[in-house]
Design a protein around this ligand. Structure first.
Ligand code: C2E
Ligand code: MG
Ligand code: MG
Length: 407
């Protein structure tokens, strides 16, 4: 800072935090994690220029001081920083798909002391994480409000998980066979209704539960709610449906998972239905052999494994082929492009082609209008789900969805 005072030029502090790095350690051990960190450090170094400084602060957190010639310059460096993680990091002939979230504080606007600059760059990094990771954010005081909100939400979630189970509930969204229009299954989606925060989206609280190590408790509530809803015998329910639940990749190696899910699988079986587990694509690509073996064992029990949000991550086709999965769920963003003003079905067709070659079933999620529905039927996509067909509903409100099916 004292040097810059004399030279009268600006500089920025970049706070770089690797995304999903913990899962590398959890799944592959610390030796491997260390080497991934070394490679990541090289990726960061390659972005910097002469005179810039980079340091590792702790764990998977790095910080850099960069000289700024102009405002464009800042955007350019930050973009290069996030892009330098687009290619996988290779360690022991294995590819690791990590990304980096970057927070930026500029001197002197965003801080006049070393600690305030670092703190504000850290806060901006947190905003980048909230924005979906793999991106950069420049510090702004407004974001800090968001950060504080997030912190309060996180504390409320942990308290609710432990003390007020009644705040959690589940809804079921029907999926249909696109060829026949008959109901094919239900996806269970968790809900959290907090007295102060109201209905919080699982898109917001599931990542908090994952990060704070409480995802097991959340799944306990999920299972408890489903078991309270499902009857013990089929009665008049339609036959042969799939009941799909969402599971975080991190949970797969959790030793408590089998005993948690087995009663649910048993109940689903007693209805003559099948269980399906959805795992998000981004996480699936980083699974260790141990995880994959556990997935295989679930498969042997008759559980269907589905890749959720397919197309959002970076699946390697060679790898996809070796995974124990039977179903691909195409991410909503591609379905959205099907029915708009300039409809584009190329990606969906390509995914259907890949799925056919690999003998996988395809589910389209987020069908919102008849244009998208018709196009997906034309493309011979197997299953469909979306607000146009049916919204997620509590168990007791599902009757309509079931009746449609038998007509
Ligand atoms: P997902 O598994 O991809 O679930 C589909 C999400 O899309 C749901 O949002 C659903 O309500 C929404 N959706 C369905 N049809 C449409 C549509 O036509 N248009 C639009 N715009 N959206 C549609 P929801 O319930 O907010 O869930 C968000 C995400 O939270 C889920 O994405 C899933 O990744 C996660 N999640 C939900 N429940 C659980 C759970 O029990 N455990 C875990 N680990 N994750 C969960
Ligand atoms: Mg899902
Ligand atoms: Mg999805």
């Amino acid at each position: 800072m004292s040097r810059r005072e004399w030279e009268n030029c600006r500089f920025a502090v970049l706070y770089v935090d690797l995304d999903f790095f913990k899962s590398v350690n959890d799944l592959h051990g610390h030796d491997c994690g260390d080497r991934v960190l070394q490679q990541a450090a090289l990726s960061i170094q390659r972005v910097l220029r002469r005179g810039d400084v980079v340091a590792r602060l702790s764990g998977d957190e790095f910080a850099a001081i960069i000289e700024l010639q102009s405002d464009d310059d800042l955007a350019r460096v930050c973009q290069r920083m996030t892009q330098s993680f687009q290619a996988p990091v290779v360690v022991d002939h294995r590819e690791f798909f990590i990304s980096a979230s970057v927070g930026v504080a500029v001197y002197p606007e965003h801080g006049k002391t070393a600690s305030s600059l670092l703190q504000n760059a850290d806060r901006a990094m947190y905003t980048a994480k909230l924005a979906g990771r793999a991106c950069y954010r420049v510090y702004s005081a407004v974001d800090t409000e968001q950060g504080r909100y997030e912190q309060r939400l996180s504390e409320a979630l942990i308290a609710s998980l432990k003390t007020t189970p009644e705040e959690f509930s589940v809804v079921y969204q029907p999926q249909y066979r696109l060829e026949t229009g008959k109901i094919a299954g239900l996806e269970v989606l968790i809900r959290w209704n907090h007295p102060e925060f109201g209905a919080v989206s699982p898109g917001d609280f599931v990542p908090i539960a994952e990060q704070r190590g409480h995802i097991h408790e959340l799944t306990e509530h999920l299972v408890r709610c489903i078991l309270a809803d499902l009857p013990e015998a089929p009665g008049s329910l339609p036959e042969g449906l799939c009941l799909a639940i969402n599971i975080s990749a991190r949970q797969i190696t959790d030793n408590r998972l089998d005993s948690l899910l087995d009663p649910l699988f048993d109940r689903i079986r007693s209805l003559g239905w099948r269980s399906e587990i959805e795992i998000t694509e981004t996480h699936l690509m980083n699974l260790s052999t141990r995880c994959l073996n556990r997935l295989r064992r679930l498969g042997e029990k008759g559980v269907i494994i589905a890749i959720d949000d397919f197309g959002k991550g970076y699946s390697s086709l060679a790898y996809l082929h070796t995974l124990p999965v039977q179903v691909l769920k195409i991410d909503r963003q591609f379905i959205r492009r099907l029915g708009g003003k300039s409809p584009d079905s190329r990606i969906v067709s390509a995914i259907l082609g890949i799925a056919e070659a690999l003998d996988l079933e395809v589910v389209a999620e987020g069908i919102e209008n008849s244009g998208q529905y018709t196009k997906l039927r034309e493309l011979k996509c197997h299953r469909g789900q979306g607000f146009f067909l049916a919204r997620p509903r509590p168990w007791l409100a599902l009757n309509g969805a079931f009746i449609d099916a038998s007509q």
